[in-house]
Design a protein around this ligand. Sequence first.
Ligand code: AP5
Length: 214
Amino acid sequence: MAYKLIFLGSPGAGKGTIAQKLAEHLQIPHISTGDIFRSNIKNRTPLGLQVESITSSGALVPDELTIALVQDRLQQHDASTGYILDGFPRTIPQAVALDNLASIDIAINFVVPQEVVIARLSGRLTCSGCGRGYHKIDFPPKTPNVCDICGNALITRKDDTMEAIQYRLTVYEKETAPLIQYYQEKHILANLNSNQNLENVFMELLQTLQQVNK
Ligand code: AP5
C-alpha cells in the first residue's frame, strides 16, 4: 500500500529507525531531511558546506532551503505514489508549504518521555556509510563499531553531544511541537507510543495504518 506519511516527534523518538523498517516493508522511499543534509555534508557539496555548522549545533536549517529541497525530492519518480517524510515538516511554514505540494494521508506522532530520548541519543551510533542507527546498549552492532549491513565504521553524530541534544529538544518544543495541533485540526494526526520495544512500535504503527482509508 502506498501511503504518503509524515513522521513527527522529538529528536531521538525513533522516527528514523522505524521509517527505515516501514520503507522496506511498504517499498516506498524514506525521505529524511536530516539524512539528506548529512549526505551533502559528507560529500562536501555547496549545500553541505552551507548547513554543516547549523546542523552540528542542533539549530534548524532555514525554511526556504529545506522546502526547496523537499519540493525537488518529491518530484522524483520514486516518490510519485507514496513516501515517508521523516523530520519534515518541522515548522509551521514548512507544513503550510507541504500542504501545497502533497496530500498527506496521516501524520504519525512518535510519543516518548524526554528522559528516554536523552538516553537514546546519548548512546546512539550511526553508520558513516549507510546511515543506519545503532545504540551502544540497546542495539549494539554484531562487531563493535562496525555496521552490520555495509561494514563501514560507526560514528557518534556531531549533534549527539549533550549540549546539542538539549538545544535540539528546546528547538523541538518551540518550532515543531505546534505541528501536533496543526495536524490534529486537519484530522490526520495519530499518536504512536514509541516508548516500547521496536517490534511493538512497528506493530502498533501497522495497526494504525490499517485504519487509514486508501
Ligand atoms: P534529523 O536527522 O531529522 O534529527 P532529529 O529530528 O533530531 O531526529 P533523530 O535522528 O535524532 O531522531 P529519530 O527520531 O530519527 O531517532 P532514531 O530512530 O535515530 O535532523 C538533524 C538536523 O538536520 C536537525 O537538527 C536540523 O539541523 C536539520 N534538519 C533536518 N530536518 C530539518 C527540517 N525539516 N528543517 C530544518 N532543519 C532540519 O533513534 C534514536 C536512538 O534511539 C537510536 O540509537 C535508536 O537505536 C534508538 N531507538 C529507536 N527506537 C527505539 C526503541 N523503540 N527502543 C529503544 N531504542 C530505540
